[in-house]
Ligand binder design. Structure first.
Ligand code: PLP
Length: 486
């Protein structure tokens, strides 16, 4: 356990200082002034943030909803009678029609042609990824290729691949930027076996470092025989994903990350040609056109319905359409511009923080500029003697000044291990005796291996004041000395 010797949660900035900093920021990032409509929305739609004195910097964890999204949803549910879809009664048909309308609005939002793509509703990105894992026709001789930088829900597909005898290969990322070396990518992409099932998965934006891995990889990989799974969960909230320009085979989305509400809805957007390859290992209510106990068989419903197990989250789905329309009314490019201005400023300020002996206060994990990256700023804090301050302690301290950050590995163990300098020798022993460990032995085995980092993620209605307050908080670490407590 670590505890900082002093911390004054009441440390406050003066508004005069902030105004001066804001003016300097505006002249360094003039594009910010094109995004002022978001300040108006912050006041009208997200008043709860400022009423509660919140500095919300966890947009990669979850987006925030506008109040009008809730009102629109409640009005719809208050005025209409909706029944469980997939039947021919009036209220059921009304709901089926609505669900199909939402499906079309998702395609439209991502500029995806209905001739090329279909949308399968899932609970979240993970649900979409699991559908791929269980349905992609891996077999011996096939290949699952993925970047070290991936969310666990993408990593987890390797279990399905291995179970079915496919080869699993990881492409490393390299510090400090935590990107893939072009030569390593080129070499890995050459490994697709002709005639085999080859699946390549990577995140359009890292949820750990904010790195944006290039969308150009999609075409390159496909040209070499790979089906491409693009994890867009942390990219879509602040970037345009134009599926008429880019043609990944599979894309997973969690809607709450884009517009906050509703949770529990996501989708898999699948290219029809690649979708035809998928084979469901089971069937469920809602997925079949006909099944028989005596005949011992079933026919899967063609298209998306065959992949939507049970009853879809039908009352929530209309809120997805409201959310997408809301983002369209602002413009994703406006959101992107604001996020990148604030990210550029924050990174520069954090990197400039020094103890009076010259030691840096933070270490940044990821690119130190705004080229090909998003608004995720991952750091650890160090005391004046260079001792790492536990990110969980820093997160708790931020809570005291109502700043919501996120500490941990962010479900991205590959990026964390490379960022923090872990080696295979450090980690292999954790799993060597896995099935025979008691819980206490397990805890001892992972001791010291769970260190993470502290993530600030900037989003839809982040203001200059939010990032400024984070910097004020960060400055309280200057010349701090931690005492270790055992
Ligand atoms: C890049 C990335 N992929 C996948 C996921 C999984 O999303 P969910 O937990 O909504 O299924 C996340 C969640 O943070 C993510 O950031």
């Amino acid at each position: 356990m670590q505890s900082p010797d002093i911390f004054n949660p009441q440390a406050q900035y003066t508004s005069g200082q902030m105004d001066t900093a804001f003016e300097a920021f505006r002249s360094a990032y003039p594009a910010y002034d094109t995004t002022t409509k978001l300040d108006a929305l912050r006041a009208t739609e997200y008043g709860r943030l400022d009423r509660g004195g919140h500095v919300y910097l966890d947009y990669t964890g979850g987006g925030l909803y506008a109040e009008s999204q809730l009102r629109e949803h409640v009005a719809l549910l208050s005025n209409e009678v909706f029944g469980n879809p997939h039947s021919k009664n009036l209220t059921s048909m009304a709901m089926t029609e609505r669900v199909e309308q939402v499906r079309s609005s998702v395609l439209k939002y991502f500029n995806a042609s209905p001739d090329e793509y279909i949308v399968i509703f899932t609970q979240n990105s993970t649900g979409a990824l699991k559908l791929i894992g269980e349905s992609y026709p891996f077999k011996a001789g096939d290949h699952y290729l993925l970047t070290f930088d991936n969310h666990n829900s993408v990593n987890g597909i390797r279990e399905y691949a291995r179970l079915k005898g496919a080869t699993v290969t990881y492409i490393p990322i390299v510090p400090p930027d935590l990107r893939v070396y072009p030569s390593e990518l080129a070499q890995a992409l050459e490994q697709a076996q002709p005639g085999a099932n080859n699946l390549f998965a990577y995140p359009a934006q890292s949820n750990f470092s904010g790195v944006q891995h290039q969308l150009e990889w999609i075409e390159r990989a496909q040209a070499r025989g790979w089906d491409v799974l693009l994890d867009a969960a942390s990219f879509a909230p602040t970037n345009r994903l134009d599926l008429s320009r880019w043609h990944p085979d599979f894309v997973d989305i969690s809607f709450y990350k884009i517009f906050g509400y509703p949770t529990g809805t996501g989708c898999l957007i699948a290219r029809k040609a690649a979708f035809e390859k998928l084979h469901r290992p089971w069937y469920a209510g809602g997925t079949i056109a006909f099944s028989s106990v005596m005949g011992d068989g079933h026919y899967l419903t063609p298209g998306a319905a065959g992949f939507e197990d049970g009853t879809v989250n039908y009352l929530s789905l209309p809120a997805v359409e409201f959310g997408l329309k809301y983002i369209e009314s602002i413009g994703i490019d406006v959101i992107h511009t604001r996020v990148m201005c604030l990210t550029g400023w924050l990174i520069k300020q954090l990197l400039g923080l020094r103890h009076s002996n010259g030691n840096p206060v933070i270490q940044l994990y990821g690119p130190a500029n705004t080229d090909l990256r998003g608004g995720t700023v991952q750091v650890n804090f160090f005391d004046r003697d260079g001792e790492l301050i536990d990110c969980n302690v820093v997160e708790a301290m931020a809570n005291e000044v109502r700043i919501s950050l996120r500490a941990g590995c962010h479900c991205n163990p590959g990026a964390r291990e490379i960022a923090l300098g872990f080696t295979q020798d450090d980690l292999l022993p954790c799993f060597s005796n896995k099935d025979r460990l008691t819980f206490e032995q397990f805890l001892a085995t992972i001791e010291g291996k769970t260190t993470g980092a502290l993530r600030a993620s900037i989003g839809l209605v982040t203001t200059f004041e939010d990032v400024y307050r984070y910097m004020q908080f960060a400055e309280t670490f200057v010349d701090r000395k931690i005492e270790k407590q055992f």
